[in-house]
Design a binder for this molecule. Structure first.
Ligand code: UD1
Length: 393
């Protein structure tokens, strides 16, 4: 299906869309979608009614509320306040709560985003109630079924009626799995809508102030020159001491010896560092600036200025691609191959083997920025998504 621009359709009868979000990486994907609906409604004869449900999987202010405020996402109509728990607990509780909401709201479509537990819970629950499901960011595959996110993607895509893909590789993955062509719509990457919309505001921030305001180890500096930016939260990297500790030693003994290292830390990772007795040495390391989880603009500003990014986050890999920041991806595989250097992107997979990380770090550290823009990563994806949903037959 080729999407060009948003055309209001006059023959729909007050469509009702219910979107479900749960965790931090969902928020930057839903914000432009909601704005595209508002834009559609300005011209459409029959407007779309939109209901936003937050499952509450992420609940800390700086993992959730901050994003609603800065990305101008309307206050959720419903918050399920599911919170933390094992996977089965999170998914189970979310399904029980969502079933009631879906029956009560009776939407024409449930829209799910990304690959978190809320995505899985919402797609299964909606499907069993015979409600159509649209999946934003469909078709990504890491081929690693040990990743909870891969299970969430596989189930969600198998059940979805409309699969909105960010790139052509993802569309091809779906075709290879036998998904009928009429269900697949290549719309581009909605994360980049958010990036483009917020680029200027991020640009205006001051790095030194970001560090000072968010420091967890009371470190600040008058002027940052070259610095490395780090994020890490995947269970495969942080849940086992024998994997986490060598990474920490590499960061402390090698990266931070070379240059300043800025690390906004995920709650899962700080909990593990404490549990494994590694927290103190991280906090005390001279050139390491440990920060609480940052807001969207703050993170974008740091990414725009970093010499290198080390991360296991998929979203950050994509942002690095468009900004051109050389990136080491601390994973053995990726569901986002377009971000890799071999496909024109900026990132290289280094897993969690220290020799490999070291080798690629040394190769990457002197690379220049090289922005790349995969097809339809143009900031207009949300409009194409609304058009795809409205035109779906
Ligand atoms: C989830 C997503 C992952 C995404 C990541 C981004 C799934 C399967 N995983 O992983 O795809 O990349 O979010 O952040 O859905 N916690 C807090 N405060 C919060 C949220 C979580 O302290 O606001 C703590 C929880 O108590 C838990 C840990 O952080 O101990 C992990 O949270 P959880 O929701 O299980 O998954 P993430 O690791 O964040």
């Amino acid at each position: 299906m080729d999407m060009h621009y948003l055309k209001p359709i006059s023959n729909i009868n007050g469509m009702k869309i219910l979107s479900v979000v749960g965790a931090r990486p969902n928020f930057m994907k839903i914000a432009p979608f909601i704005r595209a609906i508002e834009k559609y409604n300005e011209h459409a004869k029959d407007s779309i009614q939109h209901i936003l449900v937050h499952t509450g999987q992420h609940y800390d202010k700086n993992m959730s509320d901050t994003f609603f405020e800065t990305l101008r996402i309307p206050f959720p109509d419903i918050n399920l306040e599911i919170g933390s728990g094992s996977h089965a607990e999170q998914v189970g509780k979310t399904m029980i709560a969502l079933e009631k909401v879906f029956i009560e709201q009776n939407p024409d479509w449930v829209v799910v985003v990304g690959d978190v537990n809320a995505t899985l819970a919402a797609s299964v629950t909606a499907k069993k109630l015979h409600i159509r499901v649209a999946h934003i960011e469909a078709g990504l595959r890491s081929r690693d079924e040990k990743m909870p996110e891969e299970i969430n993607r596989l189930v969600t895509d198998r059940l979805s009626d409309l699969l909105l893909t960010p790139d052509k590789i993802s569309s091809r993955n779906l075709r290879d799995e036998g998904v009928p062509e009429r269900k697949i719509s290549f719309v581009g990457n909605i994360m980049i809508d958010t990036l483009e919309e917020n680029r200027q505001q991020a640009e205006n921030l001051v790095i030194e102030k970001i560090i000072k305001d968010n420091s967890l180890n009371n470190k600040s500096k008058e002027k940052f020159d070259s610095f490395a930016l780090m994020t890490m939260h995947r269970p495969s990297n942080v849940d086992k001491k024998e994997i986490l500790e060598p990474i920490i030693d590499f960061l402390l003994n090698e990266v931070s010896e070379d240059q300043d290292l800025i690390w906004p830390i995920h709650p899962r990772t700080s909990a593990k560092l404490r549990k494994f007795g590694l927290w103190d040495k991280v906090v005390e390391c001279d050139n390491l600036y440990l920060l609480s989880p940052l807001g969207y603009h703050e993170m974008l500003k740091l990414n725009m200025s970093a010499k290198i990014v080390l991360t296991d986050s998929g979203g950050l890999q994509e942002e690095c691609t468009v900004l051109g920041t050389p990136c080491l991806t601390l994973r053995w595989n990726t569901e986002r191959p377009v971000t890799l250097r071999k496909y024109g992107g900026v990132s290289v997979l280094v897993g969690n083997d220290i020799n490999k990380i070291r080798k690629e770090y040394q190769r990457t550290i002197n690379l220049d920025r090289k922005p790349d823009r995969p097809e339809l990563w143009d900031g207009k994806t949300a409009d194409r998504i609304v058009e795809s949903i409205v035109n779906f037959e």
